[in-house]
Design a protein around this ligand. Structure first.
Ligand code: PHE
Length: 369
């Protein structure tokens, strides 16, 4: 009975469908939440122009979590129990999505993260979470892609690892990279740690220097990565840095000031990809916001469009019916690739490897699953 009560209270009972977004609009990772919100809004505005869904207008309710997991959980509870949203979008960071996922589960409200790549977000132990989905690839794939690229393309034998021990994302990615890299015959010669917010990495970098690796894998977020790159160069470390989808941001280049030239990372998307679906989106986004869309905005846009398609197909606008429609998504064409979900609610889609030259990203290659 409790479940039925929760399900009839969805906002969709009225004349609007309310969708929620939990994001970091302020704090160290403010660009994550702000760009994401622009992407969600663009897709929703487009759909409202076409008449909304089932005759109802769509509204986006965004709550700021300031980049804190506790706040992300509180925001998700509020969206589920007070605003009665139909779907919750977010978060970007796996640590914060992990704080929200149990809320979505217990309230039977579908949650879709567009950027959290840690496997645990959609899978609790060996149990798939019924109401949690994601539209980005996962870290075992991303880690494997970079390990292969490092071993096979860069022909590198010895790698040092420097990871953020407070981040589920960073720890997971380091682990998945290590597994594949060792299987391919590479050696991990040093493992060092930091915590988000740290500013001085000299002790760790000095220890790494002593082991003389050919490259340093730094699966972190851009602020720390850029500082690490600069301090590495100051200490005379000339090796390329390697990373993942937490790197690309205007801020990365602003802070790094060229220190990342010669480095490589795995990512979701490149605005240089000449595919028409990408270029049409880039043009639309520029018209709306005056800037080129970044990966957060692009995945948010895909996620909101995929949600619209599920809401249109849902037998009724209840949590369980929307969940079923999401699960039945087939051949959805996103800007970041085609999306269908596997048994664990993860999409099967390609990753991009990008290189950095003259303090700018350059599209290197697309790697298929
Ligand atoms: N993939 C990261 C995570 O799961 C989030 C992230 C994506 C951060 C892209 C920055 C850029 O935590």
């Amino acid at each position: 009975a409790a479940q039925a009560a929760a399900e009839t209270k969805l906002s969709s009972a009225g004349s609007t469908i309310v969708l929620g977004h939990v994001g970091s609009l302020t704090g160290n990772e403010a660009t994550f939440g702000q760009s994401s919100d622009r992407g969600f809004k663009l897709a929703i505005d487009e759909q409202n122009t076409k008449g909304g869904i089932k005759g109802k207008k769509i509204e986006l309710k965004t709550l700021d979590d300031q980049g804190k997991p506790e706040e992300a959980a509180v925001a998700a509870i509020r969206l589920a129990t007070q605003d009665h949203v139909s779907v919750i979008f977010g978060e970007v960071a796996s640590t914060r999505s992990l704080a929200m996922a149990p809320v979505a589960e217990s309230n039977h409200i579908p949650m879709i993260t567009h950027m959290s790549t840690n496997p645990k977000v959609t899978k609790d132990g060996d149990k798939t979470r019924q109401y949690v989905f994601r539209t980005c690839f996962i870290d075992p794939f991303q880690g494997t892609v970079m390990a292969k690229f490092t071993r096979e393309n860069l022909k590198i034998d010895k790698v040092a690892i420097l990871r953020d021990v407070g981040s589920d994302y960073s720890v997971g990615l380091a682990q998945f990279f290590t597994g594949t890299y060792k299987n391919l015959g590479g050696a991990i010669v040093a493992e060092q740690s930091y915590k988000s917010g740290d500013q001085d990495f000299k002790a760790q970098l000095t220890a790494i220097k002593g082991k003389n690796p050919d490259a340093i894998y730094v699966p972190g977020y851009y602020t720390e990565v850029a500082l690490i790159a600069r301090q590495a160069r100051e200490l005379g470390l000339k090796q390329p840095l390697l990373g993942g989808d937490g790197w690309p941001s205007d801020k990365l280049f602003e802070i790094a000031k060229g220190a990342l030239d010669g480095s490589y990372y795995s990512g979701h998307y490149s605005e240089e990809n000449p595919a028409p679906v990408v270029q049409e989106f880039v043009a639309k986004y520029k018209t709306a916001y005056g800037t080129v869309p970044d990966a957060w905005a692009t995945l948010a846009y895909d996620t909101a469009r995929l949600t619209v398609s599920a809401l249109e197909r849902a037998k009724e606008l209840t949590g369980p019916a929307i969940r079923d429609a999401l699960e039945q998504t087939k051949d959805f064409t996103g800007v970041t690739g085609a999306i269908a979900f596997d048994a664990d609610h993860n999409p099967i889609k390609p990753a991009a490897v990008l290189g950095i030259e003259k303090n700018k990203s350059k599209f290197a290659s697309t790697v298929n699953p």
